[in-house]
Design a protein around this ligand. Sequence first.
Ligand code: PMP
Length: 288
Amino acid sequence: MKVWVNDRLVDESEAKISVFDHGVLYGDGVFEGIRVYNGKIFEFEAHIKRLYESARAIRLNIFMSPDEIVEATKRTVEANNVIDGYIRMVVTRGIGTLGLNPFICENSTIFIIADNIQLYPEELYEKGMKIISATTVRNHPLAIPPQVKSLNYLNNILAKIEALDYNVPEAIMYNHEGFVAEATGDNVFIVRNNIIYTPPVQAGSLPGITRTVVINLAKKEGLEVIEMNLTRFDLYVADEFFLTGTAAEVIGIVEIDNRTIGDGKPGPVTKLLRDRFFEYAHGKGRER
Ligand code: PMP
């Protein structure tokens, strides 16, 4: 595999960064996870915009221009013959000293990996996923803005550990006020009386690219989508419940904290949006 590191493609074995990189020392950096469908980079512009906005918000100067990053990404995808896969794009503060001071780091570090993707098994999409509520609270929005896709994932990782301890793949994270924020790597949606609800970004959810695509697809179907604070109770009594994210796409939730959602199977709105998402991403319908 070839990996883009700073200004060129190198062999995987040479793709290394310094132990003095503040991305490693402090998780000081930002990243994106992007899908490739049929050789095309999905929602590329939106991902690039989010990357640069994340960086701007934390005063991280990306030494490449958006056009240069786009070009480097395309070259990385091509060099690895990725047709259907996943891109991880990371920008760290760069090499500094052992102190926190980010301004000592002269140049950001950039690396881009284009690889295959580990997907949930198809059966999980058909049957739906069981999850739990995590006790780990999502970052306070006044500490790290939820719009910043930073390299600090420790609270999400702690919530993921809670999920894995319960033998489920995902956990819902609540914010400091007890409202639903998001899952550890996905956004949250519920359906009640044919209306779709999702927490607002200010509740502590990353403005997911998949979330935006799904909201637009739902509206195209004539469905109403409302951004509103949701409680644990709202999840428990939802008719349908699903998560969205770059890797998971649209996946139905059928149980949370031992409460069955709806009739215990992914519901019609979830299935419709999963199908519409597939068509949007692949430019064609799903073969059954
Ligand atoms: N929330 C978190 C914490 C995430 O890491 C992600 C991305 N994996 C998402 C939501 C979903 O965002 P996107 O649709 O842009 O992948």
